[in-house]
Ligand binder design. Structure first.
Ligand code: KIV
Length: 262
C-alpha cells in the first residue's frame, strides 16, 4: 500500500482500516495483520509516555517511534503525525520536521487543522510528501476546545469543517481523518470529497476507520471513549502471562531442565 493506492480506495467495496502503532514489536505483529496503514500518532505521548495530552510530543519523539515502527513493519504504509506547532513556524521548520519523519521511515505525514497553514500543507505535498489531513476534534487544540469534545455540532462549525475539508483536498491531501464529529457531518464530508475519509468517532458512513491500537486491543482498561471498542482484553492477557510466570517461579516449576544450560 502507498498513498496513491490508499487514495484509490475511496468509495470502494473494501473499507480502509488503520491502527496506530508506536513500537517495534507491535509493528512486527501488525506487519502481517490485515490493516491498510499504520499511524504513528502523536497519541504516543499519552499511550506510551503517560502524558495527559498529545502536546508534549516532539519531532524527536515522533521520529524515534516512527523508526521503530517502520523497521518492524517493512510491508506496511507508515504515516507519522506532525506534532504540536510543527507546521506553525513557517515552511523551513515544517520541512525539517517532515525530513526527520521521512528519514526515520515514514511514507506520509498527518497534519491537524488547516486554517493558517494551507500554504505549508501545499508545499509539503509539492515537495513529494503525501499528506493526510485531520479535522474535527484535533487533539493538539484541546485547550482551545475546552476539553475533548465532539466538534461541528453547530451549523456554522459544520459549514467551516466542510470548507476546511475541501481546502485540504485542494491542497493535495490524499486522505482525511475526521475525529469526533456527528455522523451526519462525516457523511456529508465523505460525499463531497474525492479523497477517502477515515473516521474515529465519526460514525459508519466514512471510507475507513482508525483506532488507537491499545484501545482496540484492550490495553487501556481505564480509558474507553464511547467510539473505541476493545476487541480483546490485552491487559488481561498480559496480566495473566506475568501472573503465570510469577507463580511458576515461586513454585519452582520454572525453569525446567529443558530451559536450563547444562
Ligand atoms: O494520534 C493519533 O492517535 C491520531 C488518531 C487516533 C487519528 O491522530
Amino acid at each position: 500500500m502507498n498513498a496513491i493506492e490508499f487514495r484509490s480506495m475511496k468509495g470502494g467495496e473494501r473499507r480502509i482500516v488503520v491502527t496506530t502503532c508506536y513500537d517495534h514489536w507491535s509493528a512486527k505483529v501488525l506487519n502481517t495483520a490485515d490493516v491498510d496503514a499504520l499511524l504513528v500518532g502523536d497519541s504516543v505521548a499519552m499511550v506510551m509516555h503517560g502524558h495527559d495530552s498529545t502536546i508534549p510530543a516532539t519531532v524527536d519523539m515522533m521520529a524515534l517511534h516512527t523508526g521503530a515502527v517502520s523497521r518492524g513493519a517493512p510491508d506496511k504504509f507508515v504515516i507519522a503525525d506532525m506534532p504540536f506547532l510543527s507546521v506553525r513556524r513557517g515552511i523551513g521548520p515544517a520541512l525539517d520536521a517532515v525530513e526527520a519523519l521521512l528519514r526515520a521511515g515514514a511514507e506520509a505525514v498527518k497534519i491537524e487543522g488547516v486554517a493558517g497553514h494551507e500554504d505549508i500543507v501545499r508545499h509539503i505535498v509539492e515537495s513529494g510528501v503525501p499528506v493526510m489531513g485531520h479535522l474535527g476534534m484535533t487533539p493538539q487544540s484541546v485547550h482551545q476546545f475546552g476539553g475533548y469534545r465532539v466538534q461541528g455540532r453547530r451549523t456554522d462549525a459544520a459549514t467551516r469543517l466542510v470548507e476546511d475539508a475541501q481546502t485540504l483536498e485542494a491542497c493535495g491531501c490524499f486522505a482525511l481523518v475526521l475525529e469526533c464529529v456527528p455522523s451526519a457531518l462525516a457523511t456529508r464530508v465523505t460525499a463531497q470529497l474525492q479523497i477517502p475519509t477515515i473516521g474515529i468517532g465519526a460514525g459508519a458512513d466514512v471510507d475507513g476507520q482508525v483506532l488507537v491500537l491499545h484501545d482496540l486491543a484492550g490495553f487501556s482498561p481505564d480509558f474507553q471513549p464511547r467510539f473505541a471498542r476493545a476487541f480483546r482484553s490485552g491487559a488481561h492477557l498480559l496480566h495473566e502471562a506475568v501472573t503465570a510466570f510469577a507463580n511458576a517461579v515461586r513454585s519452582g516449576e520454572f525453569p525446567t531442565d529443558d530451559e536450563t544450560y547444562s
